[in-house]
Design a binder for this molecule. Structure first.
Ligand code: MSP
Length: 644
């Protein structure tokens, strides 16, 4: 059986979690879920990194002991997991005895093998990064990350002979070209290794300077350097050296980090593993930064995005979809609520939401909600199946390589293709023509493809995917799904079961700057209102926003069977089928003159019956002294375009 082991960095507990942490954890989650559905036995680890100077400083400024402080912040990170629907199997804290034990075992092993020595060291130490910098690495004498002047520290310390493994590491990378991916980061590491001598790594801190750390097993006056301690979490959590989980999952280890911690993961960690006699991990997967207005998020700049606020404002699944769809894995990406709203409305509300809603309501209208048995097939059915296969293949291939954005783009070929399929097959016409044999196939093809889309979206939007399946009458069960088989299997959806009446998983949302129009609106003064007796009282902008006005195309019109002055006008307003409006136009227009005209319709007027005929809206017109003029757009627009 295939296995997949995915890890996130263990996060420092010196600050609250923000969008960057939420992103990495969400990516790990989506991968764990994806591999589960691909049939692999997966294991997903996250946790917190709790030792080191940074933590001591943060605790001090909070008036707490390090232990009190780390307990509180680690809880915040753990608390974020259920809120983001994260399916981790384990959460490791570096202050736990199971971790401390393995760190000391590995230190002892490497020490006994002669790869740790005691020496004098002087270097430029950045407290922010918790590491020494060489002269060459500083930029104008400052830490490249924090732009602060490092402190020169000279002291006796223990060193790991990292330099000894440079050639081995270069060779390993050459033989396993996707050891570090995407490629740009592999190239970065190779040129770093090739550009000069690889230094040895200082792996201890004297207790005279720092006590908050794991004591060296061979010298009680020293604690372990936080990176040598932290990286070991990845094997400690699996029960190294004898645990079953270690044997099962370590060969399939995939680490996930952002580019800020590339060097510790791409250089320190593999050489440490080599020295300890442990096989290297399988892949290091590196992503870029989320930026806000082109600047890295940081507490001091005050541009930190709170993931839970985004989740509360837009819904967790929509937020997860945006994170995965928007960032090209490996590149930096700018976060903006405007872009989020744009994606949500275009991809989720318009494309996916509309497909579900219109198909479910058609299934109810034409088949009382019961999934029909497919019958007469036509060439368009084979064509859409092919689109589906291509879309699923693209999703699966890209997802396996952490290319989420491309994978989702691929899957949306099917979502959009199905919306076109509805327009091309015009189920409402088949219904009118009583062509049930063909209509059954069309509805079945739509529903079966929607099932395929829903299962593929479980890694992306687990909650929405389960709801979509429920709407199709299916109880979600990860064990019963195999994504790779979906490419070839057709017809898993059972005819005869009942679907939901409608679906409103992704309602449209307003762009952020329009969300609070009150601020911009000035109420008219009392005196002005009183003077304008002929005008209708002014309304607030929100009142206007309540109107859903759309431009539609008249498809059919006929006389009302029981009222001479009324017409039954059926208008395409972009919904699953034309909308019938009973309009007082018979004195001014012959039914045939209306067909093909574009009209403005109030579509969210409560439906009502006018002389026994259902009217779902109102057509806007201007009455003049000698006739009637219909309101329309100044040029042709797609049916269903919103008037705003
Ligand atoms: N404790 C170390 C990791 C030890 S792993 C053995 C650490 N912690 S951290 O809290 O600083 O987390 C860094 C990670 O958080 C990044 O590698 C990335 O996964 C995530 N992110 C933090 N800010 C980010 C962005 N602005 N954008 C994307 N991800 C970011 O380093």
């Amino acid at each position: 059986m295939e296995r997949f082991y995915i890890t996130t960095p263990i996060y420092y507990v010196n600050a609250k979690p923000h969008l960057g942490h939420a992103y990495t954890t969400t990516v790990a989650d989506t991968m764990a879920r994806f591999h589960t559905l691909m049939g692999a036995d997966t294991y997903f680890l996250t946790g917190t990194d709790e030792h080191g100077d940074k933590i001591v400083q943060a605790a001090e400024s909070n008036g707490q002991t390090p232990k009190e402080y780390v307990d509180v912040i680690s809880k915040l990170f753990q608390g974020l997991l259920p809120d983001m629907n994260i399916s981790n199997d384990d959460f490791i804290r570096t202050t736990e005895p199971r971790h401390v034990k393995v760190v000391q075992e590995i230190l002892q092993k490497v020490y006994d093998a002669g790869d740790i020595y005691f020496g004098e060291y002087g270097g430029h130490y950045c407290f922010g990064c918790e590491r020494f910098y060489t002269e060459k690495e500083l930029v104008d004498g400052l830490c490249p990350d924090h732009q602060t002047k490092p402190e020169y520290i000279a002291e006796k310390n223990y060193f790991f002979k990292m330099s000894k493994y440079k050639d081995w590491l270069l060779d390993h990378i050459e033989k396993h070209p996707d050891f570090i991916r995407p490629e740009q980061y592999k190239n970065e590491v190779v040129s770093l290794l090739e550009s000069g001598e690889l230094e040895d790594l200082c792996i201890s801190r004297p207790k005279s300077r720092l006590t908050w750390g794991i004591e060296l097993p061979f010298d009680a006056d020293y604690v372990t350097y936080v990176w040598f301690d932290a990286l070991i979490n990845y094997v400690a959590a699996l029960g190294y050296p004898d645990g079953d989980k270690f044997k099962k999952y370590w060969p399939a280890a995939n680490h996930l980090v952002a580019k800020d911690i590339l060097k510790p993961h791409a250089v320190f960690w593999p050489t440490m593993l080599k020295a300890a006699g442990i096989e290297p991990y399988q892949h290091l997967n590196v992503h870029g930064y989320w930026l806000v207005e082109d600047t890295k998020m940081s507490k001091s700049i005050g541009n930190v995005i709170e993931p839970l606020a985004m989740k509360d404002a837009y819904g967790l699944d929509a937020f997860r979809y945006f994170l995965l769809r928007e960032m090209s894995f490996g590149q930096d990406s700018s976060f903006s609520e405007k872009a989020l709203v744009g994606r949500l409305n275009a991809d989720l509300a318009n494309d996916l939401g509309n497909l579900f809603n219109r198909t479910l309501s058609m299934t109810h209208k034409y088949f009382d909600g019961i999934i029909p048995q497919p019958d007469v097939e036509e060439i368009v059915d084979a064509e859409i199946k092919k689109v589906g296969q291509g879309a699923m293949k693209s999703f699966q291939r890209n997802y396996a390589e952490f290319k989420f954005s491309r994978g989702l783009e691929g899957l949306w070929e099917l979502v959009r293709g199905l919306n076109k399929y509805v327009d091309a097959t015009a189920p409402w016409t088949l219904y009118k023509e009583k062509n049930t044999a063909r209509l059954s196939t069309v509805i079945y093809v739509l529903l079966e493809n929607m099932r395929k889309i829903a299962v593929h979206l479980w890694p992306v939007m687990p909650g929405a995917s389960e709801q979509m399946l429920e709407q199709l009458g299916i109880a979600f069960d990860a064990q019963k799904i195999n994504l790779s088989k979906e490419l070839d299997v057709w017809g898993l959806l059972e005819s005869g079961s009942v679907v939901a009446q409608s679906s409103n998983l992704f309602p449209r949302v307003d762009p952020p700057e329009e969300a609070s129009p009150k601020k911009m609106e000035k109420k008219p003064k009392k005196s002005e209102k009183a003077d304008r007796t002929d005008a209708v009282a002014a309304i607030e902008f929100e009142d206007f926003q309540k109107l859903d006005l759309r431009v539609g195309t008249v498809m059919e019109a006929e006389k009302h069977p029981e009222a001479d002055r009324l017409l039954l006008v059926r208008v395409d307003t972009g919904d699953d089928e034309p909308r019938q409006v009973v309009a007082g136009l018979a004195d001014f227009y012959a039914p045939d003159d209306l067909v093909g005209k574009q009209v403005v319709v109030v579509v969210n007027l409560k439906p009502r019956k006018l002389r026994k005929q259902l009217s779902q809206g109102m057509i806007l017109a201007v009455k003049t002294k000698d006739g009637m003029q219909l309101l329309t757009a100044s040029g042709e627009v797609p049916a269903g375009s919103k008037v705003s």
